[in-house]
Write a protein that binds this ligand. Sequence first.
Ligand code: GLY
Length: 374
Amino acid sequence: MEGDVVIIGAGLIGLALARELAQRGASVRMLETGEPGRAASWAAAGMLAPSSEGLDGAFYELCLASLERYPAFAAALLEETGLDVHLRREGFISPAYDDAGLAFIERRAAEARERGFHARMLTMAQTLQLEPVLAPVHAAVLFEHEASVDNRRLGRALRAAVERLGVCIDEGLPWVRVAATHRRINGVETASGFVPAPIVVNAAGAWAGSLEGVPEQARVPVEPVKGQMLALAMPSNLVRHTIYARHGTYLVPRDDGRLIVGATGERVGFDTRVTAAGVQRLLERALRIAPGLKDLALVETWAGLRPGTPDSLPYLGAGAIEGYFLATGHLRNGVLLTPITAEVVADTIEGRAPRVCLDPFSPERVRPASNVAS
Ligand code: GLY
């Protein structure tokens, strides 16, 4: 592929797309107002969990297809950069505490099995045998296909991979502004000068909706959804599976000995403060699920901004004016969707039919289900 592509935003999505395009022969430049891989990409828990997250329809299929790409994606990055992204494939345990919870996990298990994945129902005794720190449960499901990745390592690996491919990253820019007529893109104005480009991709994460200079008809309603998180220091293998309880509470073990506890979901603008109430809520929920964690040291707290959209679906594909493309709005599933986003958005930019029909300006933006898994 020939021609220049400018990607605004060097998070996981932007970096993976830059890598994909550069591998296909494009000349790519990235513009970043912060530090590459340091916003939501750094703050996330790194869960690769379409079944536990309770997703549906074509979006669920897209997420499953991306999950299936992860082992090869991680292996390729290791080969390209020497950096291991710590893909953990022990699976996810989703506990149920009452009949309604049981009905929910049984339905999710059946849906996973219909697609050929292993979802094993566990009794309370089996659950506690696998994870003795947990509180008593009604029952649980073990989603064996689900995994996690150390998203901070993934950011570093993707950065190293794109730099090796000759992608130029302009970081720490005080501001960027899209330069476009109402019909086509011309490039991007930045604090360091004008960058002409026939193709510009908005991969600006939580800032994608407030990117300046985008003509009205190409704007998308992306808004930050704050997630507060914390980490506990865990004796080795105290928790081996990711524990995903309903209502968005999860415990994610890392190879480095941290246990990530997440997350809040707050619509409070661009505020990234860690608050007393946020930490209290996380600890209360974590200790209710797993009282056996009560003596662990609290070693880190942080907050990040997910790119939220009105219907929780991403904006992927051609962006209503010539030369403008979108790769944003991934909300809770940006890490999971990183490999497939790179692939399908690169296909769209190249004018190839992507594996999934992408129409950011249609109410049914990600479709159809059947085409994405191949
Ligand atoms: N994917 C988990 C979260 O966004 O909290």
